[in-house]
Structure formats: C-alpha cells, structure tokens
Design a binder for this molecule. Sequence first.
Ligand SMILES: Cc1cc2nc3c(=O)[nH]c(=O)nc-3n(C[C@H](O)[C@H](O)[C@H](O)COP(=O)(O)OP(=O)(O)OC[C@H]3O[C@@H](n4cnc5c(N)ncnc54)[C@H](O)[C@@H]3O)c2cc1C
Length: 388
Amino acid sequence: MTGHGPSTHSSDPDHAPSPDVVVIGAGPAGCLAAISARRSGARVTLLERAHFPREKVCGCCIAPRGVAVLADAGLGHVLTGAARLSSVRLASRRTWARIERDSGVALSRGAFDALLVRAALERGVQVMHGTSATIGTDGQVRASCDGASWTLRPAACVVADGLSGRSLDEHPGVSWRVSRTSRIGLGAILPPGSIDLGRGEVLMRVETGGYVGAVHLEDGRIDVAAAIDHEVLRSNGPARAMLGWLGDSVRNRSAIEAARWTGTPWLTRQRTSLALPGILVAGDAAGYVEPFTGEGMSWALASGHAAGCLAATMVQDPGCWVAWPAVWRDMLKHDRWRCRLVAQLLRSPRSVHAALVLARWWPTLAARLARTIGRPRPSTMPGQEPTP
Ligand SMILES: Cc1cc2nc3c(=O)[nH]c(=O)nc-3n(C[C@H](O)[C@H](O)[C@H](O)COP(=O)(O)OP(=O)(O)OC[C@H]3O[C@@H](n4cnc5c(N)ncnc54)[C@H](O)[C@@H]3O)c2cc1C
C-alpha cells in the first residue's frame, strides 16, 4: 500500500473524536462498507490488522456479479488492470471440458485489496493499518497498534474480519457453526509458466478429497487455490497434494515444491447471529460456503455495500440494526444454497467425471453446467458497455 500504516492515526487517538462508523477488516467487504457509509455522509474509520499489500488464499476471480457491484459503487476503475476471464476448463481424472463464458476478471488480492483501500482513503475514510480491533460487550471498539491501545465509541460498527476474525469473541451469542464436512482452503502464487494454462482461462480440477483452481493474474503469475479435506492435506502435505491434483498440467514441478503454501480455517460455516445493537456482520465474517463457484468476493462486496449503507442510517436511527439479518438473507440466501449444492455434488468425482464425459459430447449440457457453477449477470466491464 502507498505508505498508509500507523502513520494514518490521528496523533492522539485517545482524544480524537470517535467516528460515526467503525469498520473492522479491510478486505472487499470492509472496504465496500467503509466507502458506502462514507458516501452516505458518515465519518468512517477502517481498522485493518495487516499491513498492505498482502496476499491471501483466494482464487482471485471476481465474478460478473462482483464486477457489477463495483461498477454500481463507482469503483469499476479498480479493475482496469485485471485479467479478463473468458473460459473455464473443468477437469476430473483424465477427462475435461471447456466452457466458454464470461467468468469475470482475475486480480491478485495484493493489488485488489490495496486498490480498494486507496479508493476508501480518496473518499475520506480514515484508514489504520497494522491495527487490530475487538468489540466489547459494552459495544465499544478497542483498537491496538504497536503496543498502543485506545477505545472508539461509534454509533455503528461493521464487522468484516473474515473467516479468521476474532473481533466478536467476547460476544457469546455470535459464535460459529462450522459444517461437519467442511474443508480447508490452501493456496499459493506460482511463477509464470508453472502450469499449462491459457490466458483468460480458469482451470478447475476436481479430485478425491477436494478441488483446485488456477488462473493467470494480471502480471502473468499463476494463482492456485484449493479446497481440501484435512486428512488429504495432513497425509500428503500441500506441495505433494497439489502436484497430484494438477497432474499433467504441471510445467514446473520445483516451483510447486518451493511455493509458500498457506492454509485457512475451516471453510463452510455460519454465524449464529448476524447483528447486535450497534453491530452488523458482513462478508465471510457472516458465513461462508466452499469456494468452487468463485463468488465469495462478490458476496463480500454486495454485503459490505449494504452493511455500510445501513450502518450510516444507524447514526440517526440506532434501532435499525434489527433489519440486518433479513437484508443479508434476502441478498445471499439463494446463491449460498446453489453454491452449497454444487459443493455437495463435487464430493463425488465419479459423478463429475461422468458429467464431463457427457458435456464433451453434448454441448448444451455444458452450457447448463456453466450456469450452475456461477450465474453470470449483466455486468459493466472496464471499457465495455453494460450488456442488456
Ligand atoms: C481456496 C479459496 C479460493 C477462493 N476463491 C475465490 C474466488 O476465486 N473468487 C471469489 O470471489 N472468492 C473466492 N474465495 C473467497 C474469498 O477469498 C472471500 O470470500 C473474501 O476474501 C471475503 O472477503 P471479506 O472482506 O469478507 O474477508 P477477508 O478478505 O478475509 O478480509 C478480512 C480482513 O480483516 C482483517 N482482520 C481480521 N481480524 C481483524 C481484526 N481483529 N482487526 C482488524 N482487522 C482484522 C484481515 O487482516 C483481513 O484483511 C476463495 C476462498 C478460498 C479459501
């Protein structure tokens, strides 16, 4: 990021006026929440534990819906340098099928999240990097950075601290329900040419114990992200598991062995409560479903935008936090169920193999499959008119 570390603190945080809205976490959900609340007139502080730019385990594909949310929020420009995705190669065992479809764009999380933070700064959001936050049962936000800590008393707080977020740990009613069959995420960024992959192509391979996706990033590097059974990862280790799954697509074995593989917590989960007086939970922090359809960031952007608008309303009307769970469910319920269903079908590589064999000979089935694994929406792409 362009030098916005702790130096963006007010010189004396203890005596600075509390903002109207505090957002915890500067991923896609938190950035959109901060920008939307600011646009609605609130004074907003965005607290982020990490120092940017930072990479993250993610497939890095921003689906057409996410592209559309960004365009609607006046943020389409952040995707200017992104790589456009026009096909998906779905493979299992020795069979594969290519599906031509608008699959959105790919952008590294290092670049995407930093660009969103820059947009927030440009719109007047106070951003504090390297700052970890928790919310007490009294609703006050305790922030800490480099050994200093201080308290904020906002009218509204948006929690967007992702899958590993712990800022609500003190609230017993807001725990996680993790699916018994949940997998964990695994990812790395590989040097250009490490995998046999076309430009603009998303490679998805479904194997026993999970699936892996690969895509070219904006600078030619290759992002690899997988959802994997814990047992498979434990017995093989990340590099061996990925070499096995990527199979004959591997062009540079030693790059995969030398890569810095990073894991995530359990993926499929749901918060037991999405709102409390003064607090709204958005993005992955509200709940997540396995990533096969590549929509997590789109959901995070959409829910962050809605949470930011509601948080700004809470400044004048504190009671309206009660609306949030219904707003969140109306926005995402159907997409999450579709995604859950797809994740369940993928548990059987034999069925996927059979579907692929059929799809190669029956292209209309492939088109139907394409609709199932991600519902394309009309989108405004950089340099492209919205499709009717
Ligand atoms: C293997 C895998 C592949 C995926 N592939 C895709 C894909 O191709 N397309 C897609 O759209 N989605 C994909 N996703 C999902 C996507 O990564 C997430 O849905 C998305 O990052 C959610 O955004 P968020 O803003 O809710 O949370 P995050 O992006 O996780 O951001 C949370 C932020 O909060 C910060 N934070 C945490 N705790 C605190 C604290 N206490 N105080 C301050 N800051 C804190 C963190 O540092 C982080 O920056 C994938 C996920 C996985 C695991």
